[in-house]
Design a protein around this ligand. Structure first.
Ligand SMILES: Nc1ncnc2c1ncn2[C@@H]1O[C@H](COP(=O)(O)OP(=O)(O)O)[C@@H](O)[C@H]1O
Ligand SMILES: [Mg+2]
Length: 327
């Protein structure tokens, strides 16, 4: 079997021998243990060192005491379709009732295998998915809010999706993609004010101003995620939901995006709900972690507690599979 991947941990677990490629050239090859433990090429060493480092930025006391998002007994059910001559089957519970709080400037990591309910949780919190239970955004009830008010509040909660190829319209120049929401929420802004805001936010996500006139296909995955981030940030949200934002990117690009997310959080006191199945990435950003399994919250606590001293076998299995290095 030939396994092609940018996920070094996956290769380490499954391969017998490994070939390291760069720019169409074989840089190094050999048995997995030899290449991973004693790499001979600088490039291999760089790749191995690229696991995201560090931890969440320090949270000040005032921010930590200011809740931005709160949910109580949040629950999501999907009704199943009835087959001919059958009784109506019970609903599928994609998310069992759970509580959560997220403070100003804080990152709450959500981890769990594919299908565990992470995206469902995100969509429910943003009122993009029907749910039961209470949701409070900056002290206001979202779950009972009328549509008109909710539309105005949407500016405060933004989302960045996993797929940097599917989430940006291929037919719109980057400037239109980024400014679409801004024009909607601030219809009185003039053309030059909009352009100025686009230029500012491009600078903030560290993309050159000239990007504005180009189209998504001209950008790499990492650059596209910066564009998606700019589109969210231009609205000056309080809360950013990041649903697997780094999962399609290779380690070195992930590392840069994580550094950017940390900077932005510090600068704007943003709250992040950070969803990922990748524990190394979650560790590098999150103050607290929630572990979901089959729609159920099975463990939660500070990142140090959950990753350093997990209480559930399932969490221990996730940590083992991630092959987290000690820091
Ligand atoms: N619209 C839907 N209708 C029915 N089932 C759904 C729907 N959306 C998600 N699900 C189911 O809910 C579960 C959780 O899905 P999801 O939240 O996407 O998981 P994750 O993001 O953790 O991979 C899965 O079993 C999925 O099939
Ligand atoms: Mg998902």
């Amino acid at each position: 079997m030939v396994l092609i991947s940018h996920d070094l941990n996956l290769v380490r677990r499954h391969a017998d021998r490994v070939v390291v490629m760069r720019h169409g050239e074989c840089i190094e090859q050999g048995p997995v243990a030899q290449v991973f433990d004693h790499p001979s090429a600088d490039y291999t060493r760089e790749l191995l060192a690229a696991e995201p480092e560090g931890s969440a930025i320090a949270l000040n006391e005032a921010d930590a005491a200011t809740p931005v998002l709160e949910a109580r007994r949040l629950e999501v059910r999907f009704s199943r379709t009835r087959k001919l001559f059958q009784k109506r089957p019970a609903d599928f519970i994609a998310l069992q009732p759970l509580d959560l709080t997220l403070a100003r400037g804080e990152t709450l990591g959500v981890v769990g295998e594919s299908g565990s309910g992470k995206t469902t949780l995100a969509l429910a919190l943003l009122k993009l998915q029907t749910s039961r239970g209470e949701i409070h955004l900056e002290g206001e009830r979202l779950d009972t809010m009328d549509r008109h008010t909710l539309r105005a509040r949407r500016r405060q909660m933004q989302i960045v999706f996993q797929d940097p190829y599917g989430s940006l319209s291929p037919r719109m120049p980057v400037s239109d993609i980024i400014s679409e929401g801004l024009r909607f929420h601030h219809p009185a802004l003039s053309e030059s004010e909009v352009n100025q805001r686009v230029a500012q936010v491009l600078e903030e996500v560290e993309l050159p101003a000239a990007c504005a006139d180009r189209y998504p296909h001209e950008f790499s995955g990492g650059q596209r995620q910066r564009i998606a981030l700019a589109r969210a940030l231009i609205l000056e949200p309080r809360l950013l939901v990041l649903d697997e934002p780094t999962s399609a990117l290779d380690r070195s690009v992930q590392k840069q995006l994580i550094a950017l997310l940390r900077d932005l959080q510090a600068r704007r006191s943003l709250s992040y709900l950070f969803i990922s199945h990748d524990l190394a990435v979650v560790r590098a950003l999150s103050h607290r972690v929630m572990v979901l399994r089959d729609g159920k919250l099975i463990e939660t606590g500070t990142t140090t507690q959950v990753l350093g001293n997990p209480q559930q076998d399932y969490t221990r299995a996730l940590i083992k599979a991630a092959g987290l290095s000690r820091q």
